[in-house]
Design a protein around this ligand. Structure first.
Ligand code: F3S
Length: 778
């Protein structure tokens, strides 16, 4: 171990960097000579208590990854309109005058793509007016930035405005890691996690492992940064990144644009990664400057070249990994050898190189007709993406060709839309028959009213430059096969109108009978003059905080309802619980809280609770969404839960393996709790859902002996034994269930739990929110 000298940051560092630098110095002091990756430098420099977090259970700081429980202080929170509703309702329940850290709201998920930007935007505002009014009024009251509908998609807006190298942000959307393209640690979370950060409580994360992706070579021709992540998804599968931060490094990194790096980080969510990050490069500096953030680029340069926290150069912050830093796993990608990929259908990790796509389509009997090509979205609507697509459209236009498939363009923000409009790219697209949709999520999240008459149930193929392609995601049709590709490939194939066309090798026939080959796309990394910010009415508004203002929620609204705090845990064990239903088979977060038409009730807990477990299978009868009351009368599962809630009869659910797998959807924990669930007992839990349950005050227990699943039935009476003591002892102690059958037969079922000291506090308080709100009032 070398001797190092530490001092606090000299005043020449700007305040944000000074904070980062001081924490970073502490990290170096605690971890000694260890070489660190960039992700670790930024993440650990946001620890609430560096020493406590890095040294507990980590073999003296040598095994932090995968072991340490990090308590982190994020710098800001970004929320999209669908998830912001419940996040803000929970924040309001804490009764604080303003948020502890800056935050923003982005109205992007609720606008339907149908005819084109202007018409769709005004229709979307009309239908969702009360939700937008609520979000805007909450923003004014608590002092948040409010980006109105049409202003842009959260991740593009964050990259353009808020992402500054070295920040740690939380976003209430899974693709929030997009901002890792500008050397931030940005993690997608649910509303309850966002609220923890908004009230200033440390946010917890098990220290992720680091998966290094070493890039060499240089992209050329048809290959784009999107192909890096399409290829990686194929290698790693949708679960390969779970528990990891993906960190890119190597000489190839220096050849990518900043927005290209953001694309790769954005889609890292599809391999289950906690987040993804790139080092700070010359391209990052250029992007900061072209988006009007000269100061941020100067700040980053200062820290980049600052003579480190220690006495030797390997302790410099540098905005990249230390020389010799170790990764838990390394994947090498040579950009010079990479080829375009197309991923899908129905899963983002089914990756096929473009050169093999035609034969795969024919082998798999996927549709050869391409119904629609959609480019843009939060993933791929940068200036570079769009000007490269423009070059393709121009070449085809000059040859007299028009897209053979419907062709849609979604700009990611008003700034990128206005800039592309000013520089002529949008005119090129519309001139070719393309439809420019509003600056919103639209078809990416099921908000797409197709105009081509493809009926639900009709197999058909679409190609998008988006990031996710689960069944039914775009148009609600489970038979629409969504293939993911770079925007350049989507554009060229839209002209061909077939899924078997390879723009690198195949040719089209022009109207005058000539053979036409697309030239390789070419574009500009950024505009020659600074970005155009667009129309004033679509800029962010920040007024307040103003505690005197009211938040706009009508008492008669069916889309928004204030949250009542959940009751505290009683000062004793639980008794008199009844088994509402015993579930058999898979029970995902979608089974517990379905999406689709229910999305509109995300801000109304009583209304959305009517979907609770409505696709769960009753183990006794095999029926879907059926539960029986104690007198044998038949109900839907949420129907009986509501009846028991009204009768003040608390209940539990018994289920099988991996209960709550799928997404981190917090409604899947909130709804059962609202309806009166106190316990969920199953063979095993999906980890994130298990934590979500504890945050909402529901006790997750697993059966010590799986065979006990067969002994418990719906309607049985259950009392806990040892639960209250375990909670009082900070999670220490065993819990059993005393089960009483209708016949009077009684037996004890042993369980296991993963309740920590913090979780025990949440549960005793009734929910994490109750505890946070009590603490923040002090
Ligand atoms: Fe919106 Fe789709 Fe991105 S839903 S945030 S455009 S992943």
């Amino acid at each position: 171990t070398r001797t190092r000298h530490y001092s606090s940051a000299p005043s020449l560092l700007p305040p944000t960097n000074e904070k980062l630098y001081n924490k970073y110095s502490e990290v170096r002091r605690v971890l000694g000579a260890q070489r660190l990756t960039l992700a670790e430098k930024i993440l650990y420099s946001h620890l609430d208590n560096v020493e406590e977090s890095l040294l507990a259970n980590t073999n003296g700081g040598r095994d932090v990854r995968g072991k340490a429980n990090l308590k982190l202080n994020p710098d800001r929170v970004n929320m999209q309109d669908a998830s912001a509703q419940m996040a803000l309702l929970q924040f309001m329940a804490c009764k604080l005058p303003q948020t502890a850290i800056p935050a923003s709201i982005h109205c992007d998920h609720l606008i339907v793509g149908e005819h084109g930007a202007a018409e769709d935007l005004s229709a979307g505002i009309k239908v969702n007016q009360e939700v937008f009014d609520f979000l805007e009024s909450a923003a004014k009251k608590y002092g948040l930035d409010f980006w109105p509908p049409g202003a842009g998609i959260i991740h593009q807006t964050v990259l353009e405005n808020y992402a500054v190298p070295g920040l740690m942000m939380l976003g209430t959307d899974s693709h929030s890691p997009n901002a890792g393209g500008l050397s931030t640690i940005t993690i997608g979370v649910g509303g309850a996690d966002a609220v923890e950060a908004l009230v200033g409580a440390p946010w917890e994360l098990k220290a992720p492992k680091i998966l290094g992706v070493r890039l060499t070579g240089k992209l050329s021709g048809w290959v784009s940064p999107k192909d890096v992540i399409l290829h990686l998804a194929g290698l790693l599968t949708v679960r390969g990144g779970t528990g990891f931060i993906v960190e890119y490094f190597g000489p190839g990194v220096e050849t990518l644009s900043c927005t290209g790096m953001a694309t790769a980080c954005n889609m890292g969510a599809e391999i289950g990664a906690t987040t993804s990050i790139f080092p700070y490069t010359e391209a990052s500096r250029r992007y900061l400057q072209s988006t009007g953030r000269d100061q941020a680029s100067r700040d980053a340069a200062l820290l980049q070249n600052f003579p480190g926290a220690g006495s030797s150069e390997d302790a410099y912050f540098k905005f990249k990994a230390d020389e010799g830093a170790e990764y838990d796993q390394v994947i090498e990608i040579n950009l010079s050898e990479l080829e375009p990929h197309i991923n899908g259908p129905f899963t983002p990790d089914l990756s096929t190189p473009l050169s093999k796509f035609k034969e795969t389509v024919q082998e798999q009997k996927w549709p050869e007709k391409l119904s629609a090509g959609l480019i843009g979205s939060c993933t791929n609507s940068s200036y570079e993406d769009m000007t490269r697509c423009e070059s393709i459209v121009k070449a085809a236009e000059e040859a007299g060709l028009k897209p053979a498939a419907d062709f849609y363009i979604t700009p990611g923000s008003e700034q990128i839309r206005a800039t592309l409009d000013r520089d002529g790219a949008l005119e090129t697209f519309t001139g070719a028959g393309g439809i420019v949709l509003s600056n919103a999520c639209g078809p990416c999240i099921g908000q797409w009213k197709r105009q081509d008459g493809v009926e639900k149930g009709t197999p058909n193929a679409i190609l998008t430059s988006y990031n996710r392609n689960f069944r039914g995601r775009n148009d609600g049709n489970p038979d629409t096969m969504n293939f993911l590709a770079s925007p350049e490939i989507v554009t060229a194939m839209s002209f061909a109108g077939t899924t078997t066309f390879n723009p690198m090798t195949d040719s089209l026939t022009t109207p005058d009978g000539k053979e036409f080959r697309f030239p390789a796309p070419s574009g500009l990394e950024g505009p020659k003059t600074p970005f155009d910010a667009g129309v004033d009415s679509l800029k962010s508004l920040r007024q307040g905080p103003n505690p005197k203002l009211d938040v706009a929620i009508s008492p008669t609204s069916d889309r928004l309802a204030l949250l009542e705090p959940f009751e505290q845990f009683p000062l004793s064990d639980l008794s008199g619980l009844r088994v509402l239903v015993k579930i058999t088979g898979k029970c995902t977060t979608d089974t517990i809280s379905a999406a689709g038409p229910w999305l509109k009730y995300k801000g109304h807990l009583p209304n959305i609770s009517a979907n609770t477990l409505n696709t769960a299978v009753n183990a006794a009868t095999g029926e879907v969404n059926v539960a029986y009351d104690l007198d044998g009368s038949k109900y839907t599962i949420p129907g009986l839960a509501l009846k028991w809630k009204e009768e003040h009869r608390p209940w539990l659910v018994v289920a099988e393996h991996n209960y709550g797998e799928g997404s981190a959807r917090e409604h899947a924990a909130l709804q059962p709790r609202y309806l009166g669930a106190r316990i969920i007992v199953c063979k095993s839990f999906a980890r994130i859902h298990e934590t979500n349950l504890k945050k909402q005050g529901v006790v997750p227990l697993t059966l010590a002996d799986e065979a006990d699943y067969d002994k418990i039935d719906a309607g049985d009476e259950v009392a806990t034994v040892g639960l209250y003591d375990m909670l009082k002892n900070g999670g220490k102690g065993e819990v059993s269930l005393r089960v009483t059958k209708e016949t009077g037969e009684e037996f004890l079922v042993k369980t296991k739990h993963a309740v920590s000291e913090d979780h025990a506090e949440f549960i005793l308080a009734g929910s994490a929110l109750n505890l946070l709100s009590k603490r923040s009032q002090v």
